[in-house]
Design a protein around this ligand. Structure first.
Ligand code: NCD
Length: 317
């Protein structure tokens, strides 16, 4: 049984396998194995649009079935005080795998310990979001036909953005040069940075760029990865502080490398102006979102069978 609770749960070879499979799926592979006897539970105790829809569509696409709780923080027995551990054990009795999102960053380790079926992390508070990182990596690879050696700039709320935490581990694994530009918040007359947590900075070399210096370096950057300010997570700590962060708009779009990919896990707030959505470098609305479907289809196939069908067909050398 394999879980996918953090990006380290898959080897580089397995990730390559899954992303190759995603490409095959996109190119119209005829599914020769039906999942109609398999069922996944989608348990989302935090809001979601892309992640839940793409997982559910992926399972439908594979011919499988789903049971779903889109608003589990209000509609499940969590509201009656049921623990995450009991919830996971219960759902596992009704499905072959669980796709779960919850605000507690520790829930994946509870799942690892107690689940009898594979569990996929679809977001763990401000911890990780490993499936988003897979599809982001896939999108970067499609755009540049390589990953190693690329310069990637991570912008926004780097403290709370879970997609960043998972992605930076993969970028490091694949040999990227990582730059980061954290948002700043002024609260009680002091400046505070929404910076990458130390546990990541200690392990992964990254170069910091100040907000007012980004325009000077963006010609050299291959991928700009924007994220929103996670107001729902920082409000408890800072109330309504003044927030400053790097933004992409008409004023600086021409400074960006002509081949760059501009990515965003979405939802987008003010960090990317809507009037650059049609720029050919803006890959967040279509390419990146669609890759969520292909990559999650490939991942479900891998996790549910742990042996993608194309192994037996000899397509993966
Ligand atoms: C993100 C998430 O939920 O972590 N979105 C996503 O899953 N595509 C990003 C966010 O909430 O800012």
């Amino acid at each position: 049984m394999r879980h996918f609770l953090c990006v380290n749960d898959l080897s580089k070879k397995e990730i390559d396998t899954i992303l190759n499979w995603a490409t095959t799926i996109e190119n119209g592979w005829e599914f020769c194995r039906s999942m109609n006897n398999k069922c996944i539970s989608c348990f989302f105790a935090e809001p979601s649009t892309r992640t839940r829809f793409s997982f559910e569509r992926a399972m439908h696409w594979l011919g499988g079935r789903i049971v779903t709780a889109a608003d589990a923080s209000a509609s499940s027995s969590l509201t009656k005080g049921e623990s995450i551990k009991d919830t996971i054990r219960t759902i596992g009795q009704y499905s072959d795998a669980i796709v779960m999102r919850h605000s507690d960053p520790e829930w994946p380790e509870i799942a690892r310990q107690y689940s009898r079926v594979p569990v996929i992390n679809a977001g763990s508070g401000s911890g990780e979001h490993p499936t988003q990182a897979l599809l982001d990596l896939h999108t970067i690879n499609q755009k540049w036909k390589t990953i190693s050696g690329l310069k990637i700039l991570l912008c926004g709320d780097l403290e709370n953005g879970r997609t960043i935490h998972s992605l930076m581990k993969l970028l490091y694994l694949y040999g990227c040069e990582i730059y980061h530009c954290p948002a700043k918040i002024n609260y009680d007359d002091s400046d505070y940075e929404l910076s990458l947590p130390n546990k990541y900075l200690e392990e992964i070399p990254c170069t910091k760029v100040q907000i007012d210096q980004v325009n000077d370096i963006i010609k050299e950057i291959n991928v700009i990865y924007m994220t929103r300010i996670q107001k729902e997570r920082i409000l408890k700590k800072f109330g309504q502080g003044d927030i400053d962060f790097f933004k992409i708009n008409k004023n600086n779009i021409d400074l960006i490398n002509k081949q760059a990919a501009i990515l965003h896990p979405l939802p987008r707030n003010e960090e990317i102006s809507e009037d650059i959505d049609d720029d050919p470098r803006a890959d967040y609305h279509e390419r990146q979102v669609r890759n969520g479907l292909y990559v999650r289809t490939a991942l479900l196939d891998y996790i549910l069978y742990n042996n993608p069908i194309y192994f037996s067909n000899g397509n993966n050398s």
